[in-house]
Design a protein. Sequence first.
Length: 130
Amino acid sequence: MLADAPMTTILPVTDMQRARSFYERQLGLKPAGARADGKFTYECGGGALLALFPRSEATRADHTAVSFRVADIGSAIAQLEGRGVVFEDYDLPGLKTVEHVCVLGAEKAAWFRDTEGNILCIHEDIADAR
């Protein structure tokens, strides 16, 4: 039942206008519109939706909230940086970025934050070398 159900990811935002500007201008997401409950939604690939939900206080997580799969992570980073997105760099045990990218098993990943502090990611699948 759920395996075929379209999915919506909900992110908390304290400033809807600021968040919408980021998601539309910097990330280039296509607005789907406002909902009666106050959420503002965006259409994403495969029928998925991203919903911004207004909150009076920040409730962000300390982990990746959303990850977008891209075909070429280097190109995606360049495009997003050209739109003002600032990528995080890490040098932690088991997690080190080089030019914003970390190789994690079968994928390359890079992280950035939205205007509300939510951690977002882009990732590229690495072809199986078997």
